[in-house]
Design a protein around this ligand. Sequence first.
Ligand SMILES: Nc1ncnc2c1ncn2[C@@H]1O[C@H](COP(=O)(O)OP(=O)(O)OP(=O)(O)O)[C@@H](O)[C@H]1O
Ligand SMILES: [Mg+2]
Length: 547
Amino acid sequence: MASSTVIMMIKPALQASFGNHPTMPIMLIAIIIMLASIVAGISQYVQTIILEKTGLNIVAELRRDLFNHILKLDVSYLMRNHVGQLSAICMEETALVRDITGRIFVGSLQDTLSFVFLIGIVIYQDWQLALVAMIAVPLLAIGKGQLSVRRKKLMRQLLESRSQLISRISETLFNVRLVKIFSAEERETDRMHQSFEDLSKLHLDTLRARSLSLPLNEVITGTCIILVMLVGSWRANLGVMTLPALTTILVALISAYRPLKRLDDFGNSIQEGITAAERIKEILDLDSEVKDAPDANELLVGNGEVVFENVDFHYSEDKPCLRKINLKIPAGSTVAIVGPSGAGKSSLINLIPRFFDPVGGKILIDGTDIKNVTQKSLRNSIAMVTQETLLFDDSVANNIAYSYPKATRAEIENAAKAAAIHEFISSLPLGYDTLIGARGIKLSGGERQRLSIARSLLKGSRILLLDEATSSLDNISEQDVKQAIIHLPNKPTRVVIAHRLSTIIDADLIVVMDQGAIVEFGSHKQLLKNNGLYTKLYLMDQEISVV
Ligand SMILES: Nc1ncnc2c1ncn2[C@@H]1O[C@H](COP(=O)(O)OP(=O)(O)OP(=O)(O)O)[C@@H](O)[C@H]1O
Ligand SMILES: [Mg+2]
C-alpha cells in the first residue's frame, strides 16, 4: 500500500518538477511520501511480531499434539521405528509447517495485495497496456507447474533422509561406549560423512529444482516489461498517453514483478511446508492396534488374581512366541517365572499391562478380560520393573515419584528404604535432590535397579511385575529387597522373573517356561522331585554359585 502510494506520487511529482500542469505542490508530495514510509515501517514491525507469535503458538500446539499422539502409539510400533526419526519429525517438520502458518501465509497475502494494487494502478492509467503486461501471469503459472512435481519428490526424499540422519547421530552418541570399545570412531565418522554428503547432494538437487524457476521468472517478466515499454512509447508517440503516465506504469510494473517473484518463492516454501505436513499427518493418522474397546469400562481391581487362558502370542507371524499359555496367578501370591533365555518370560508379563495383545486366548484380572477395560485403569493397577532399567535425567526423588507424583518425601523415603537404596541416597551430597544424569548414568547398575524397584513399590499397586529386577544386586542387597517384597503391607500379586533361582525358591508357585510354553509348574520341592528342566536349571545355578 505504501509503495503504491509512493508510485501514485510519481506522476504529480514529475508534473510539479517540470512545471507541466502541476496538480500538487512538491512539498505536499514529499510529506505524503514521508508519511507513507513511516506507516509502512511501523506496520511491518507490528505485523512481524504478531505473525511470528501466531506461528510459534501454532507450532507449539502441533508439537504437543504430535508428541501426545506418538506417546499413545503401540509399544510395538515405537520399537520397530527409530525413535530418533520420530523426534526429528516432531521438531524439524513442524518448524517447516510453522513457516507456512505465519510469515509466509501472511507474506503471500501481503504480496498478493500489493500486486493487485500495483496492477490496479497500471489498469487505471491504461488498461490496454495492462493487458499486455498480464501475459506474464499465465506463462509463469505453466512454467511453475512443470517444475513443482519434481521438486515435491525431491523435498520428500530430503526430509526422509534428514530424519534418518538425525536418528543415526543420536543412536551413535547413545551407544558411544560401544563405538569406543571397538575403536569404531573412524568407521562411524566415515559412514556419517557419506550420509552427510548424500544429504548435501540431495539438498543441492532440491535447490536446483527450486532455482530453475529464477531464470524462467526473469526472462518472462523482462520480456513483458520490454513489450510494455515498446507498446507504451508507440502509444505515447501517437499522443494516446502522456510520458508521466508511461513512467508511472513502468515503475508500477517493475514494482509489481517483485511481489510476483516473492510469491513464487513463497510457493516453494509452501510446497516444502505441505510436504512436511504430509509426513506429520502420516504419523497422526496412525492408529494403535492395542486400543480401548468402544464400551471399555474402568477395571475394578479386587484382590489382583491374574489368569491366562489359552494365550497365544507372536511378534511376527512366522515365529510363535507364546503357545497355549494357561496359568492362574492367585491373588496376593508370589509367582516366579523361570526358564532359559528367549523362553518368552518377558513377553508373557508384557501382555499383562497390554504392551502387546495376545493373538489368541485371553487374560483376566479378577475375572475381567483385560481387553474390555480401559488401558489407563488397567495400567493404574499394575507396577512394573522392566528388564532394562528406565530412568529420566532428573533428581532421585522425581525418578522414584514418577509412579506417583503426589507422593510425599516421607513416602518416597519409605519406598527407597524397602528397595535398600535409602542409605545410598542419603550419602549423596544433595540426597534425594541429586540429579542422576541421562538414563541414570551417574549410578551403578545395582543402584539404578533399586531406584526402579523403589519407584514401583511407591505406586502401591495390586499387581507387581518384576522382570529380572534384582539381577545386578549383590547378595545382601538382593536379600533385603526380597524380604521387603515378601512383606509388602498390601500383599499385592507378585510375578517375579529371575535367572538366579536361589532368589525364588520360596515363591508360592514356580512356573518353568521353555520355547514359549509352560513346561512345568509347582513349588520348589515339587519341581525338584520332577527332575525335569527346573532341576537341571537349579543344579546349574548351584554349580555357578559354587564356582
Ligand atoms: N520386540 C520383539 N520383536 C520380535 N521378537 C522379539 C521381541 N522381543 C522378544 N522377541 C523374541 O521373542 C522370544 C522371547 O523373548 P523374551 O524376551 O520374552 O524372552 P525371555 O524369556 O524374557 O528371555 P531373557 O531371559 O533373555 O530375558 C525371543 O525369541 C525373542 O527373540
Ligand atoms: Mg526377558
